[in-house]
Write a protein that binds this ligand. Structure first.
Ligand SMILES: Cc1cc2nc3c(=O)[nH]c(=O)nc-3n(C[C@H](O)[C@H](O)[C@H](O)COP(=O)(O)OP(=O)(O)OC[C@H]3O[C@@H](n4cnc5c(N)ncnc54)[C@H](O)[C@@H]3O)c2cc1C
Length: 474
């Protein structure tokens, strides 16, 4: 006999394995369990969700509905404009299906937290709300310093997190067992949002897990040596799965430990180096919670608010279109546009170019990245941009300015990556691949590729002066 009906509200946790909210709802064997996903296209537009990410959400949602169906859990699909409407819709569904308990995994962004507070208020005394931590290794602000404050520097944060994790066994929720239901799922309809094809990714938990296992089995060993070389397939490419919660960081740790059980003890190993990146993810999420000003487009370092940006719209367009004349920057932008993903080293290079060569406000770049990335998420994107712009905590110092030519020579020495994305440069020899205009002049070749839009050395001086002037007002 069914005594209760529980509702699991899926948001950025599109998986059935290691999903604490789902697992908790399913613990009650006598209850009917329903699942819900509410698409909010207007909200997505406000948050600059990219059409590629929207497509990836859609494809993952179809697979999730299927997986839940196999477990006897119907996924109710709804679409409305924004979070405000989604709350009304949720309350109505709770009445319609006589829901007794609502289960969900936390989201830590500002609008999401506000929405969840309103939900709790509206459902108070009618529906019990249970929330869980499912998309980070540890709940935010578990790792704090001696003064009970969030660490501002990555290395001590990492050390404290590793100490904590190695002391506790990571909690891992298995897939719930099959149950019976008579309620029919709602078909997932096309989102009322622009959708765009993405490349090189297969939707779904199984595909994500396969990629994770393959990475931990083969590639992770050499990650420390190869991760900065964009021409190689040397990083995990799991970021989009982690962003949508198709995969959890817990699962990453679990599989990594299966393949490299002692990796904690070998900080120089590829496995430890890769896990450091998951800790950066954790660090940036913790910063958002500890310093809500970061969510409101504010820099971490206050004096950087005083920088007078050039903000030249024509220059911004050249950067966006990959027409800067610096091959490593332009090839990276092509990779972003075609696939929705960009290699981490290249994200650092193009971000540095925008902020420190073009002297364009990092927030322009941050927004543009969100509008294009398949893995776009506020914490990592904001953290990455503030790192590159030297406005963040534990960021690159402001006087460290990447030279786009030498960065290219160092990380794509033969130009293999550049030739892959800029066919106009396919015949340029490796010696000149980062300075093709010199080769074209020397060999009297016509290249369908622009000359550098500016002199890096001159731009560097202007940027240093702008940062120093702002700092002097501190
Ligand atoms: C300017 C800039 C913007 C960025 N924007 C995003 C973003 O919107 N979404 C995003 O997921 N990552 C972002 N990153 C971080 C990083 O570039 C990507 O996570 C990484 O390139 C994804 O590829 P991968 O999965 O192969 O990473 P791997 O090298 O295999 O790393 C494993 C995982 O660790 C996490 N990770 C890796 N590097 C970082 C990092 N520096 N900061 C935080 N988490 C990290 C990701 O979840 C990644 O999937 C940004 C970095 C910069 C410099």
């Amino acid at each position: 006999m069914i005594l209760n009906t529980h509702l699991v509200w899926f948001r950025n946790d599109l998986r059935v394995t290691d999903n604490p909210a789902l697992a908790a709802a399913c613990e009650d064997k006598k209850a009917d369990v329903l699942a819900l996903f509410i698409a909010t296209p207007k909200q997505w537009a406000n948050h600059k969700v990219s059409p590629k990410q929207a497509s990836f959400i859609y494809d993952n949602l179809l697979i999730l509905q299927n997986s839940l169906g196999e477990l006897g859990i119907p996924l109710l699909y709804q679409q409305c404009e924004d979070f405000e409407q989604s709350v009304k819709m949720l309350v109505k569904l709770c009445q319609q299906y006589k829901i007794k308990s609502l289960f969900y995994n936390h989201q830590y962004e500002f609008n999401e937290q506000q929405r969840d507070q309103v939900v709790q208020q509206k459902l108070a005394n009618k529906v019990a709300c249970y929330s869980y931590q499912g998309n980070l290794l540890l709940p935010p602000l578990t790792i704090v310093n001696g003064s009970k404050a969030m660490y501002k520097i990555f290395t001590p944060f990492k050390k404290a997190l590793l100490d904590k994790l190695s002391a506790i066994k990571p909690n891992f929720c298995t897939k719930p067992t099959k149950r019976q239901t008579i309620i029919k799922p709602h078909p997932v309809k096309a989102f009322d949002y622009p959708l765009e094809d993405y490349q090189n990714l297969v939707a779904g938990e199984q595909a994500a897990m396969k990629q994770l296992v393959n990475f931990c089995d083969k590639l992770v060993v050499s990650y420390g040596k190869t991760r900065d070389l964009p021409a190689l397939n040397s990083t995990s490419k799991l970021s989009a799965y982690l962003t949508l919660g198709v995969l959890s960081p817990n699962q990453c740790l679990h599989i990594l430990l299966q393949h490299h059980p002692l990796f904690w003890h070998y900080p120089q190993s590829g496995a430890a180096c890769w896990f450091d990146e998951l800790i950066w993810r954790e660090f940036y999420h913790n910063l958002l919670v500890a310093y809500p000003k970061l969510i409101k487009q504010k820099p971490f370092i206050e004096w950087t608010e005083q920088i007078v940006w050039r903000n030249d719209k024509v220059d911004f367009k050249k950067w966006r279109q990959g027409q800067t004349g610096y091959p490593i920057v332009d090839a990276a932008m092509q990779q972003l546009h075609k696939t929705g993903w960009m290699h981490n080293r290249l994200r650092m290079i193009v971000a540095s170019f925008l902020v420190k060569d073009l002297l364009i406000d990092w927030r322009w770049g941050e927004r543009y990245f969100m509008s294009q990335l398949i893995d776009g998420n506020l914490a990592a994107n904001n953290g990455g941009w503030q790192w590159a712009a030297s406005t963040g905590t534990d960021a690159a110092p402001y006087f460290r300015i990447f030279n786009p030519t030498t960065q290219g020579q160092r990380f794509d020495p033969q130009g293999d990556f550049i030739r892959q994305w800029l066919p106009a440069l396919k015949d340029v020899p490796a010696k000149y691949i980062h300075t093709p205009y010199i080769w074209a002049d020397k060999e009297q070749q016509q290249l369908d590729y622009p000359k550098p839009m500016l002199s890096h050395q001159a731009a560097r001086k202007i940027t240093l002066a702008a940062f120093e002037k702002a700092k002097a007002k501190e």
